[in-house]
Design a binder for this molecule. Structure first.
Ligand code: ATP
Length: 268
């Protein structure tokens, strides 16, 4: 025996308990209790309107829950603002891209590097420090396969390239937990493999926890250690990909009655 005690609670970087939010009379996320293991890859799937993005907003602090709590690295972060969660090591991407359009690719990431190191844009910063920030920015750009586009104005990038740039900026902040909301949303089919490759590289580096919202099931099955299924705001199932695929309730939700019933009742 190694003598090393593996405390299960320590292995959970993120936990929610009874997480609930209602918008008026509509409960968008209902009593969701979820655990995310450190340095593992979890996907969240579910039909349109199931509550996936709302759940992310609760995790990252854009929304406050009506009930329940969120724990990150063992600490109750439910009352914390998004920027406080970022400081604790949580990074979030959005469905829409968020880059500075009139700066070059390299400048966008350099600013993220400086921000991570607590250094403001400063014209008097030493050339040496600048080079160091740029070298680090290039490292993240190589990781997202944009190393050949560093001098291009972000505005001129294709949509898929902007998503990769956004990912590089997120990585430059060195979060322990990455929340990726549909990184392939709005990108062309030809660009999907590159995004998948980037995410796989981040996963294979092995030192980050990733939670992914994604509709592309082949991508989800390819990457995930576990999959959580949301349906009508509730957690329908959470488990290994093969178990989720064979789960009859999940199959029914996607393929049959549950989904049709929900769509019908949404129109009431
Ligand atoms: N700010 C809000 N005010 C009112 N209702 C909202 C708000 N945000 C989300 N909703 C509702 O909550 C439900 C869940 O929406 P959410 O965007 O989380 O679903 P989703 O699973 O991410 O869907 P998609 O896959 O289409 O992105 C929907 O019925 C949506 O209309």
């Amino acid at each position: 025996m190694s003598g090393r005690r593996t405390d299960q609670a320590d292995d959970m970087i993120l936990e929610t308990e009874g997480l609930t939010i209602a918008f008026g009379g509509h409960v968008a996320v209902q009593e969701v209790s979820l655990k995310v293991e450190r340095n593992r890859f979890k996907s969240i799937i579910g039909p349109n309107g199931a509550g996936k993005t709302t759940l992310f907003n609760l995790l990252s602090g854009q929304l406050r829950p009506t009930a329940g709590y969120v724990r990150f690295k063992g600490k109750d972060i439910t009352p914390l603002a998004p920027f406080q969660r970022t400081r604790l090591g949580m990074g979030r991407s959005f469905q829409i891209t968020n880059v500075f359009p009139n700066l070059t690719v390299l400048e966008n990431v350099r600013l993220a590097v400086q921000s991570q190191q607590g250094v403001r844009l400063n014209w008097y910063a030493s050339a040496k420090a600048y080079r160091r920030f740029e070298e680090e920015a290039k490292h993240w750009l190589d990781m997202v396969l944009l190393g050949n586009r560093i001098g291009v104005m972000a505005n001129y990038l294709a949509h898929g390239e902007k998503r990769k740039l956004e990912l590089a900026m997120l990585l430059a902040l060195q979060p322990d937990l990455l929340l990726l909301d549909e990184p392939t949303a709005g990108i062309s089919i030809e660009e999907v493999p590159a995004i998948l490759e980037v995410i796989r590289k981040v996963k294979e580096a092995g030192n980050r926890t990733i939670v992914l919202i994604e509709h592309k099931m082949d991508m989800v099955l390819d990457l995930s250690d576990s999959i959580a299924v949301l349906f009508n705001g509730k957690l329908l199932a959470d488990g290994r990909p093969e178990d989720i695929m064979n789960n009859e309730t999940v199959q029914a939700a996607y393929l049959g009655g549950l989904y049709d019933d929900a769509v019908a009742s949404a129109g009431d």
